[in-house]
Design a protein around this ligand. Structure first.
Ligand SMILES: NC(=O)c1ccc[n+]([C@@H]2O[C@H](COP(=O)([O-])OP(=O)(O)OC[C@H]3O[C@@H](n4cnc5c(N)ncnc54)[C@H](OP(=O)(O)O)[C@@H]3O)[C@@H](O)[C@H]2O)c1
Length: 213
């Protein structure tokens, strides 16, 4: 797949690197430093390059939106026409100092994003895990027990694309249903963040749902 990364920070840099290593064609975009994007592309090996958000969006089979909530409008403006594109978003509607959600309960960041780009197909995924765990999950992808990763969206074809990308990182994709379920997954992330960053263990935390029949 061709994957455009919109926001090459903690999440975007790592996920883009993993997808390049998994064989996808990746364009890293949206950083204050073009040098950083080029360095990321070189280090990812595989088929990765640096580009502008517009270049990342062009011909992309999937876009990862990985920016702070306050930068969503800017990066989307720079990306240009995203009609028909699959946008996998890990972006959470956090306030300026990242202490709380600015949208919750009656809507979600993912739903508000879908309203901003009504012709794109938004899937919420990856927002429920800390960036620190991503390389570890990828390294352990051959093991039988994979960690879960919930995702949700309203378009079946886009969800299939997202599930492939989730599997390629090393997670077991868990389809949580329509995009409005992001109202539950986004606050859940604050619990995960609490355990990851305030708990006794390190931030390399993932979760797994178990079923007992
Ligand atoms: N970090 C996590 O563990 C985690 C987990 C789950 C969800 N999330 C969510 O995922 C999203 C991304 O988080 P993150 O931690 O990856 O964020 P981040 O590290 O701050 O990365 C954001 C990216 O946007 C770029 N950027 C910001 N302002 C810019 C501007 N004015 N011009 C150009 N580029 C600009 C940054 O540039 P630079 O490269 O120059 O910094 C960086 O590449 C957020 O919505 C967050 O809530 C994060």
């Amino acid at each position: 797949m061709r994957v455009g990364i919109l926001g090459s920070g903690l999440m975007g840099a790592k996920l883009g690197t993993i997808w390049a290593r998994a064989g996808h064609e990746v364009v890293f975009s949206y950083s204050h430093s073009e040098q950083k994007l080029k360095k990321l592309a070189r280090a990812a090996k595989g088929k990765a390059r640096a580009g502008t958000p517009r270049e990342a969006a062009q011909d992309a089979d999937a876009l990862l939106l990985a920016v702070h909530w306050s930068r969503v409008d800017d990066v989307l403006r720079q990306a240009g026409d995203v009609s028909g594109k699959v946008i996998v978003s890990c972006s959470l509607p956090m306030n300026a100092d990242d202490t709380g959600l600015v949208i919750a309960h009656t809507s979600s960041g993912a739903e508000e994003l879908a309203k901003k780009v009504p012709k794109a197909r938004v899937v919420a995924a990856f927002g429920t895990v800390p960036s620190e765990v991503l390389f570890g999950v990828f390294a352990a992808r051959k093991k039988a027990r994979r960690p879960s990763l919930v995702y949700c969206g309203d378009d079946a074809r886009s969800k299939k694309v997202a599930a492939t990308l989730i599997r390629d990182v090393g997670f077991d994709p868990v389809d949580a249903g329509p995009l409005r379920i992001a109202r539950y997954t986004e606050p859940f992330t604050l619990l995960i963040a609490r355990l990851a960053y305030e708990g006794d263990g390190g931030p390399e935390l993932a979760y797994r749902f178990e079923r007992f029949e």
